[in-house]
Design a protein around this ligand. Structure first.
Ligand code: UDP
Ligand code: MG
Length: 317
């Protein structure tokens, strides 16, 4: 029986795979439970998939799911979670920034305290860059305002969940959720294990600024319509300001002077046009999300899964 599934999204991670296998395997073997390790190759352009295949030859618990194209970290996590068999499922980064030894502690806490979720909380992030630490700090502060105080601070995607949680997640119609926000909002019993964020074992970050911004925006738009409300408030404030300007203009006019106004008029027109376009764009973002949800196209396509036995080849008659 598979007690534990370890899901590892991998995008161009050929450089870390040997170190990952060398460190993860002893930890899992020492747990004395049946387990599977699901490497989800997120459409890598390097040798990630073939390296995993090579390791599979001596490590039967290692399983490879290949996505047809690069679909993003959260999509790769979804593929692994949805196809896992374990009673418990741990998601962990490939680059050894999340120490595999912590898995043992997570499992112990979950079993002893009978919890459905155990978050890995990054106590020490001094190995991350100053930029990463600050942007992450800002992100978690903002998200706690949006999602509420149940959201554990500094808990990324290194976590353990029970089969009950996976079943709930699988039934959700959402395309690709932001798990670090969705899971705390489900209300399952939860605990946390602190760990020290290590340096990336090899290779480079697969989260450039563009993807960080995309994750921050997905996190916001998936959980709140506050930006739209902000547009309403902005409109009201502009209306109030224009009332004042109107009264001022009329009073000056009634006193027989006309304000020479090309510059002020021009600036006002520019400003309001810009604000309107921004608000329109914001609205468009939400409409696009509705449209995408309605289309309900899968967020990723699975090319192969080594846990599935290939269909028998029927000999030609
Ligand atoms: N990842 C992925 N698809 C992507 C980007 C990243 O599967 O499009 C994986 C990556 O291989 C790693 C994890 O997501 O296992 C976290 O990425 P990374 O360590 O580069 O992010 P950082 O720690 O720099 O935030
Ligand atoms: Mg990393």
């Amino acid at each position: 029986m598979t007690a534990l599934s370890v899901v590892i999204p991998m995008y161009n991670e050929e450089a870390v795979i040997p170190a990952l296998v060398a460190r993860l395997r002893p930890v899992l073997d020492s747990l004395d439970v049946g387990y599977e390790v699901i490497a989800v190759d997120d459409g890598s352009a390097d040798a990630t998939a073939s390296l995993v295949e090579q390791h599979r030859a001596e490590w039967p618990e290692l399983r490879l799911i290949r996505l047809r194209r690069n679909s993003g970290h959260q999509a790769a996590l979804t593929a692994g979670l949805h196809r896992s068999f374990g009673e418990w499922v741990v998601s962990i980064d490939a680059d050894l920034q999340d120490p595999p030894e912590t898995i043992r502690e997570m499992l112990r806490v979950a079993v002893e305290q009978n919890l459905d979720v155990v978050y890995g909380v990054r106590g020490d992030r001094t190995t991350d860059t100053v930029f990463k630490r600050n942007t992450a700090g800002l992100y978690y502060r903002l998200m706690r305002r949006i999602v509420g105080p149940d959201l554990p601070s500094q808990a990324g995607d290194f976590r353990l969940v029970s089969r009950a949680v996976v079943d709930v997640l699988r039934r959700m119609p959402e395309r690709v959720p932001v798990y670090r926000l969705l899971i705390p909002s489900l209300g399952f019993s939860s605990g946390a294990v602190a760990y020290t964020r290590e340096r990336r074992a090899a290779g480079e970050t697969k989260y450039p600024l563009r993807k960080m911004v995309a994750l921050a925006w997905d996190s916001t738009a998936d959980f709140t319509a506050a930006p739209l409300r902000l547009a309403t408030w902005l409109g009201m404030a502009a209306f109030a300001a224009s009332l004042v300007a109107m009264v001022f203009g009329l009073v000056v006019w009634a006193n027989g002077t006309v304000i020479p106004g090309w510059t002020s008029l021009f600036l006002a027109v520019l400003l309001f046009a810009a604000v309107q376009l921004i608000c329109l764009g914001l609205l468009g973002e939400y409409v696009a999300r509705i449209y995408r949800t309605l289309q309900s196209r899968p967020a990723f396509h699975i090319g192969s899964d080594s846990a599935e036995t290939p269909a028998p080849i029927v000999p030609a008659q």
